[in-house]
Design a binder for this molecule. Sequence first.
Ligand SMILES: NC(=O)C1=CN([C@@H]2O[C@H](COP(=O)(O)OP(=O)(O)OC[C@H]3O[C@@H](n4cnc5c(N)ncnc54)[C@H](O)[C@@H]3O)[C@@H](O)[C@H]2O)C=CC1
Ligand SMILES: NCC(=O)COP(=O)(O)O
Length: 332
Amino acid sequence: MTKALPLALTMGEPAGIGGDIALAAWRRRKTADLAPFFLIDDADRVTRLADRLDPGVRIQPIDHPEQALACFDDALPVLHRSLPSPSRPGITDPANAQAVIAAIEEAVRLTRSGQAAAVVTNPIHKKVLYDAGFPFPGHTEFLAALAESPRVVMMLAAPQLKVVPVTVHLPLRAAIAALSIDEIVDTGILTAKALREDFGISSPRLAVAGLNPHAGENGAMGSEDEEIVRPAVESLCRQGIDAFGPLAADTMFHPRARAGYDAALCMYHDQALIPLKTLDFDGGVNVTLGLPFIRTSPDHGTALDLAGSGRAHPDSLIAALTMARTMADHRG
Ligand SMILES: NC(=O)C1=CN([C@@H]2O[C@H](COP(=O)(O)OP(=O)(O)OC[C@H]3O[C@@H](n4cnc5c(N)ncnc54)[C@H](O)[C@@H]3O)[C@@H](O)[C@H]2O)C=CC1
Ligand SMILES: NCC(=O)COP(=O)(O)O
């Protein structure tokens, strides 16, 4: 039963806007009807940030997630984990990379042990973590490894559109090389299952994008659409999933086209994320499907240029917190 449990929010990159948007989201807890959450972060740094951005926000260091429930109305609960190096807005410091990773691991541990309802992650600065030896492209792959999940799927969801990239954090050449019938079919099956179980869509419709211009123009502009995407769509249909495609990607995101499906399966990262972030940068949520726990995140990155300025919008984080709560309630 997750209903009475708070959400665990990770610190993300401490030089980025994670702290700013956590403070701003907490400030909007009543108008946005937010359920209790706690931040896993350095309470001293969050206090300094609050003093600078919004002295009206009180920070409450906590030792256990359950304490977040009692204090959330009056203060932002912070599960204190000190940073080895003082963080400065906009200036990354590799010395803090392990603390960033540890906060993600702790959120997962607290969620899996029944002390938190879901993991909500603040954005990480990927290059900083890579330089510190982090061997995963992003949260999605790291969380899959922590959970020993054989297959996970990244979905970006906004009220107007849900997109799923079949290949995720790969250079474009490698993404094309990695595309296979099995990858598309497995992604489609997981997506349809999540749409049914987590989003309450009883008969989900999947629009499948082609890879090439004009979905390959019947093979004249690349062979992948006929040799990989079309057989994958046929396989999904044989398995009872309402999938159609390959569709020309340039004409599948306008409002009339979007009315015909519940999620778009896209062949590579930007084919999926550009329409989503263009339509609703502030309302988009990144959700990982296929994990044994719930994980959501804002759709944006660390925005080092805005850190500490008070100009970062908390809307995507608010949407991520709201979606995590809704999914947790739905799963009971
Ligand atoms: N889930 C995650 O951990 C994610 C991490 N990243 C990482 O973030 C870092 C920076 O990536 P960028 O491509 O620069 O994307 P970004 O999303 O950090 O910034 C792109 C532009 O959007 C603006 N922006 C971002 N969030 C905003 C907000 N809440 N309010 C107002 N404006 C906002 C920024 O100021 C910037 O102009 C990279 O290391 C990237 O890997 C990117 C996306 C997701
Ligand atoms: N562009 C989306 C993104 O980078 C999110 O990655 P992840 O860290 O959530 O895996």
